[in-house]
Design a protein. Structure first.
Length: 255
């Protein structure tokens, strides 16, 4: 059974592991941290613990005066991290964390809570069932080298290879419709960018692309990351490897 308590400095490694594993299967897959956030405002920092393991976390930064974190009336709080270890999800941990954060927030005079999310439908539904409503949003735009060539020479000796940007214009529906049209023209079901990456990697492996080349295409820092994530899709297994080695040695002996 899990318990909810305040975060302590000794929890940092467990906190980071829990957050990483929770976010890896979500639209926040690329939001990797090597140390826990520290906040300029006071914060409610909670963890859920089960058997000595950190299985959930919630960080709520608290306004001391209106307008510091959001331009809205009254003092509010911003949920910067809310995560549950994938092996412990759907056990009420996130709801318990939120309930305790709300209680402590009320004690500090907060009038509302806010949170930023990404395009995970089940996450959006969870927040909505807990009383949150959508008030603002923007689109994430990922740019590759071909999209950035026009900027060559404008940043001195820097050459942009990849870029990540926020679309804050007033036509997000039009942008989504254009993307939907591409999916429809290709007769494919729309999936998230995160799912596109995994699909691309899976197809490249099926086509016979080697791990080193795939690592480069995926933008991984080293081939170990590629093998850890996609090694189970690589062709061959221990029995096949042993058979290939035996055949090679047999051939060498015959010569």
């Amino acid at each position: 059974m899990f318990t909810i308590r305040s975060y302590e400095p000794a929890d940092e490694v467990g906190w980071l592991r829990c957050r990483l594993l929770s976010f890896f299967g979500s639209a926040f897959w690329d939001d990797v941290q090597r140390e826990k956030d520290r906040y300029p405002q006071p914060a409610v920092e909670l963890v859920a613990e089960d058997g000595g393991e950190i299985v959930g976390l919630l960080d709520l930064e608290v306004e001391l005066k209106p307008g510091v974190l959001a331009d809205r009336p009254g003092c509010g709080g911003m949920i910067w991290s809310l995560a549950v270890h994938p092996d412990h999800q759907r056990q009420g941990i996130a709801s318990a964390l939120l309930e305790e954060a709300e209680r402590r927030g009320r004690e500090r005079g907060l009038e509302r809570l806010e949170a930023w999310t990404r395009d995970d439908e089940h996450v959006q539904r969870w927040y909505e069932t807990h009383g949150f409503v959508l008030i603002d949003g923007y689109l994430h735009v990922y740019l590759e080298r071909d999209d950035l060539r026009a900027l060559d020479g404008q940043l001195g000796q820097l050459r942009l290879v990849k870029a990540f940007a926020h679309y804050t214009g007033d036509r997000p529906d039009e942008i989504r419709q254009r993307a939907d049209a591409v999916w429809e023209a290709a007769k494919l079901k729309r999936i998230t960018l995160h799912e596109c990456r995994h699909t691309f990697a899976s197809l490249m492996i099926a086509a016979g692309v080697n791990a080193k080349a795939l690592s480069t295409y995926m933008g991984h820092a080293n081939i170990a990351i590629t093998m850890d994530r996609y090694g189970h899709l690589m062709p061959g297994n221990e029995a096949e490897a042993a058979g290939l080695l035996d055949a090679y040695l047999d051939g060498a002996q015959e010569m």
